[in-house]
Design a protein around this ligand. Structure first.
Ligand SMILES: Cc1ncc(COP(=O)(O)O)c(C=O)c1O
Length: 392
């Protein structure tokens, strides 16, 4: 007899009920494909919520995990470690120039927490300006920067000092800055909001305003980093360098890791013991991240994301022309949002029935974050399934 009902029962009974689960038990993955407990195959445009940049179980990453697991799994930050040393140098080489210091953690929300602390510590000021529709995580500091009321309100009081202004309007930022402002925090492409790229010129204007007013600029690249949008980091599309940048998701092939990078003098305002993480920078995650970043560079995944993203966007635009359901297609590389005129839920379930896993943003946006190693044929199949689902 199938074990599927048992797995569903166990998660429904013993796990916190905080996820809107899809009716499928996933047990195995390879590249851009996943298989369920009954052997059914799916094209994975969820990718662990945008984590699996390098695809599932990439052989070089699996090998790195195996080797490191046999050598050393944990090593406190108070001791030096070979693979951690290699990783912090590697990160400094791929981020926008000058962001040479990193703090390693375990998730996106922790990377944001660190960014907030660094900004307060360096400036001695308390307030952060964040954006409408922005998403930065669910721990209390990052949640205070997150915009959506339904995530925030049940947990108030949050951290004071966060102010939201309209995403895309640099003048609103200028007006909101006051003598207590430490930093401006923005996603170069808003992800959870349904893939909203910064309007051209916006990030540059923010950079100029922050320089003029002596305020730090923080980019949250947790979802957009590591080639997702067609550049190693999304801010590179516009050639703008922040003072602090957060990253996570794709950094370590699916093994939990977050990182906050900053300019030397900014990060070094944090003094000994003022920030730490027991698991942050553990050798298992660091070795995995080293292998993941090598794969991203060797396989030119940012370029691949750019090309395949354009290809898929073209196909989705054709679907839009033939579908009453599709209002707009927004894409940068393989970060894709399809805004619908109707609720997205039924379309998600229909796609699942046809062997395609997709994400959502809010109630009406279908989001695709496939692994960047996805094959062109798999992209074509994705478009074929979406045409069947959306054109009816
Ligand atoms: C831009 C951004 N920042 C922060 C986070 C929080 O990351 P995590 O879920 O790893 O805590 C996310 C998660 O989706 C995100 O998209």
């Amino acid at each position: 007899m199938s074990d599927v009902p048992r797995y569903v029962y166990l998660e429904d009974t013993f796990e916190a009920q905080t996820y809107a689960k899809r009716p499928v038990v996933i047990v195995r993955g390879k590249g851009a494909l996943l298989w369920d407990a009954e052997g059914r195959e799916y094209i994975d445009c969820v990718a662990g919520h945008g984590v699996s940049i390098t695809g599932h179980c990439h052989p070089k990453i699996v090998e790195a995990i195996k080797m490191q697991a046999e050598k050393l799994i944990t090593c406190s930050g108070i001791l030096y470690n070979d693979v951690r040393a290699e990783l912090v140098e590697k990160i400094a080489k791929i981020v926008p120039k000058g962001l040479t210091r990193s703090f390693l953690s375990n998730s996106g929300t922790e990377a944001v927490e660190c960014a907030i602390k660094v900004a307060r510590r360096y400036t001695g000021k308390k307030e952060i300006i964040a954006m409408t529709k922005g998403f930065h995580g669910r721990t209390l500091g990052a949640l205070s920067a997150t915009w959506e009321k339904k995530y925030r309100e049940p947990f108030e009081p949050l951290v004071p000092g966060f102010n939201h202004v309209r995403f895309g309007d640099a003048e609103e930022v200028r007006e909101a800055i006051n003598e207590n402002t430490a930093a401006v925090l923005v996603e170069p492409v808003q992800g959870e909001a349904g893939v909203n790229p910064a309007p051209d010129g916006y990030l540059k204007e923010l950079r100029e305003i922050c320089d003029e007013k002596d305020v730090l600029l923080i980019f949250d690249e947790v979802q957009t980093g590591f080639g997702r949008t067609g550049e190693m980091f999304a801010c590179m599309h516009w050639g703008v360098t922040p003072d602090i940048m957060t990253m996570a998701k794709g950094i370590a092939g699916g093994v939990p890791m977050g990182a906050t990078v900053a300019k030397e003098e900014v990060m070094n305002s944090l003094k000994e013991s003022e920030h730490a993480s027991t698991f942050g920078g553990n050798p298992l995650a660091c070795a995995t991240a080293n292998a993941t970043i090598d794969v991203i560079i060797e396989e030119k995944l940012p370029q691949r994301s750019k090309e395949l993203g354009l290809h898929l966007k073209g196909k989705l635009e054709t679907i839009r022309e033939n579908s009453k359901a599709v209002k707009e297609v927004r894409a940068l590389g393989l970060m894709i949002g399809v805004e619908l005129r109707f609720r997205v839920k039924d379309y998600v379930l229909k796609s699942l029935e046809k062997g395609l896993l997709v994400l959502t943003s809010g109630l009406t946006i279908l989001r695709l974050l496939p692994p960047l190693v996805i094959e062109k044929e798999q992209i074509d199949k994705t478009a074929e399934i979406l045409a069947e689902v959306l054109e009816t």
